[in-house]
Design a binder for this molecule. Structure first.
Ligand code: NAD
Ligand code: MG
Length: 396
């Protein structure tokens, strides 16, 4: 098999590091073509020393000059670039076979869209891309012959449980519902009165997964599951009422598909992102991912509960945005990015996150998701309003 050139968008993050671990295990199949990060120069330099990519990308010229000096001192041939255009170029460059989209948030939209437009194999962890611009992105995938492999563990599980030709329509494949599992996060059973004093440290301590800070907070508010409902809608052309969220605290069953004949096909495994990453990289083959075998005797039992929309209003907001359509989910996503950043900066209480999201979604009318400019304009307007509301405390 030809060595696959991979661009990793977000190589220094949680998904990026797990991706590099899978690449490390299969040097005969994969090589890092470009490693892209925001500002962690030390970590990216270490990755360059080990993986010797052709290119490395950082946020700005100063950081890039620092990395370039270190690479040349170390005798590396890695060329260092910076900025959004570099991300776009290296996600769509001719030698690239596959792109791991693992930047967090809206910043990943343009390069991931560029990879789809260039017909690459797109391995999608960056769910915000589909939340912001699901229609545009799926259109780009279809019209440029890109292959889209979901990396989000639930969507990867659903992909594994669906027939290979699911794109002809869920109904035509006999699918009744998608069962999207959720751990319920760290506050599933916390008394509601205690939620007002939750700190960033509490919110980032996920019971089952080690992840970046933004998705950890999203898991604590269950906004993450809301974003995943929207993600599932676009990936599998599933109607909102076909997507059932199922709280499953052990995070062993990563999601399931329910069929018309009563069958439920699920994918199980230890909560380790290297499983869906390796699946996306090798599909349709299976490769070793360094993941411990699932010990069902140790797991012992699997529990399932209905979601609590009162405790987790963000989940309800996501269904509302999906029903509204157009740019509503881009507006919700942008508000949430501002809310989470403000919470992590201790400028917004934990319970302020759903309140701010709701206020921004209610205040801004959704327009059609016609072009990327429409999406970017909705995103910018929602960010402006959310920031202003945080400053003025005018959303409670
Ligand atoms: P993270 O915070 O650990 O890493 C984010 C990466 O993106 C870092 O490498 C950072 O340098 C880079 N980055 C951030 N802003 C950037 C910018 N403006 N330009 C260029 N690079 C930028 O996040 P993560 O947990 O790895 O999550 C990444 C994405 O994958 C998110 O969308 C998340 O929802 C999704 N995801 C993560 C997990 C998980 O287990 N961590 C699971 C499912 C989905
Ligand atoms: Mg997930």
């Amino acid at each position: 098999m030809k060595l696959q050139n991979i661009t990793v968008l977000g190589s220094t993050g949680s998904i990026g590091v797990s991706t590099l671990d899978v690449i490390r295990r299969h040097p005969d199949r994969y090589r890092a073509f470009a490693l892209c990060a925001h500002s962690q120069v030390d970590k990216l330099f270490e990755q360059c020393c080990e993986f010797k990519p052709d290119f490395a990308v950082l946020r700005d010229a100063t950081l890039a000059a620092d990395l370039a000096a270190r690479c040349s001192e170390a005798g590396l041939a890695t060329q260092v670039r910076y900025g959004v255009q570099a991300l776009v170029d290296l996600a769509s460059a001719d030698p690239v076979d596959a792109v791991m989209a693992a930047i967090v948030g809206a910043a990943g939209l343009e390069p991931t869209l560029a990879a789809a437009n260039a017909g690459k194999r797109v391995m999608l962890a960056n769910k915000e891309v589909l939340v912001m611009a699901g229609e545009l992105f799926m259109q780009a995938v279809r019209s440029h012959g890109a292959s889209l492999l979901p990396v989000d563990s639930e969507h990867n599980a659903i992909f594994q449980a669906l027939p290979a030709d699911f794109a002809r329509g869920l109904g035509a494949c006999g699918v009744r519902r998608i069962l999207l599992t959720a751990s319920g996060g760290p506050f599933r059973n916390t008394p509601l009165t205690d939620l007002c004093s939750v700190t960033p440290e509490d919110a980032c301590a996920h019971p089952n997964w080690v992840m970046g800070r933004k998705i950890s907070v999203d898991s604590a508010t269950m906004m993450n599951k809301g974003l995943e409902v929207i993600e599932a809608h676009w990936l599998f052309a599933a109607a909102p009422e076909q997507i059932q969220v199922v709280v499953h605290p052990q995070s062993v069953m990563h999601s399931a598909v329910e069929y018309a004949d009563g069958s439920v096909v699920a994918q199980l495994g230890n909560p380790d992102m290297r499983t869906p990453i390796a699946y996306a990289m090798a599909y349709p083959e299976r490769i070793e991912a360094g993941v411990e075998a699932l010990d069902l005797f140790r797991v012992g039992r699997l529990d399932f509960h209905a979601p609590d929309f009162e405790r987790f209003p963000c989940l309800k907001l996501a269904y509302e945005a999906l029903a509204e359509g157009g740019t509503a989910s881009a507006i919700l996503n942008a508000a949430n990015e501002v809310a989470v950043a403000a919470f992590l900066d201790r400028a917004l209480p934990f319970l302020g996150i759903p309140r701010l999201n709701e206020a921004v979604l209610a205040a801004l009318p959704a327009g059609p998701e016609g072009t990327l400019d429409d999406v970017m304009a909705a995103d910018a307007a929602a960010r402006r309003l959310a920031l202003q509301m945080v400053r003025d405390c005018s959303f409670t």
